[in-house]
Design a protein around this ligand. Structure first.
Ligand code: ADP
Ligand code: NI
Length: 203
């Protein structure tokens, strides 16, 4: 199969399997990560086909969506083997996908893995990132905030989201992360002010 045909087959699979997801890994998240990864890739020496393929597949088989077990390798093989892609290229995509997730604690090694990881992390910050934290938190019945420090969605900003800017691998990733990080800081300041019932009359 041609690269274009493989990408449209994979996209079709993702549309079918991620359309009803409501914990923040929905189809539109994947689509945004693909777009962002392609844009970052234009600024880096890399294999664009591998970046795009890994971006489409980066949340396939995610352990949080499959009762705690990671099925990504199995799913990716069953999807790509019928396309006649070389086995080594398929294994490369599987390796990239396994390196992307923050929670798995692996490090992105190749430039392609770094690009997709930057794109995925950018979707966790900025306005969309804020929406996703509370969507995910709500799905886990987690409180918005607990001033005594119990797990909460606001706590997740400090535990993870505010650290992402410093972890960007690419030049374009760093540029977007800087702006989105600033937006998180503004949001948090405002959140705490309102929490403390400060009477703000400025926008
Ligand atoms: P990854 O895809 O790297 O594994 P996660 O699955 O951890 O990332 O995160 C997916 C989305 O869910 C992100 O927007 C993240 O901010 C949000 N999220 C993850 N853990 C929490 C949490 N404990 N509280 C609130 N939001 C969370
Ligand atoms: Ni993702």
């Amino acid at each position: 199969m041609t690269a274009t045909a493989i990408l449209s087959l994979v996209k079709k699979y993702i549309v079918e399997h991620f359309s009803n997801e409501t914990t923040g890994h929905d189809y539109f998240h994947i689509e945004r990560v693909v777009k962002m990864a392609k844009w970052i890739a234009e600024g880096e020496p890399c294999d664009l086909f591998t970046v795009e393929l890994a971006a489409w597949l980066h949340d396939v088989g995610d352990h949080k969506l499959n009762n705690g077990t990671d099925r990504s390798a199995t799913l990716i093989r069953s999807l790509l083997i019928p396309t006649d892609m070389q086995a080594s290229a398929i294994e490369n995509v599987i390796e990239i996908v396994s390196q992307i997730s923050f929670s798995k604690g692996k490090t992105a090694q190749s430039i392609e893995a770094k690009i997709v990881q930057d794109a995925d992390r950018l979707d966790a910050i900025g306005a969309i990132g804020i929406a996703r934290v509370f969507a995910f938190g709500g799905s886990q019945h987690q409180p918005i905030y607990d001033p005594d420090g119990a797990p909460s969605s606001i706590q997740h900003f400090y535990d993870k989201l505010l650290k992402l800017k410093a972890l960007m691998h690419t030049k374009r990733g760093r540029q977007i992360a800087a702006a989105r990080h600033q937006y998180l800081e503004t949001f948090l300041n405002r959140f705490h002010s309102e929490w403390n019932s400060e009477l703000i009359t400025q926008p």
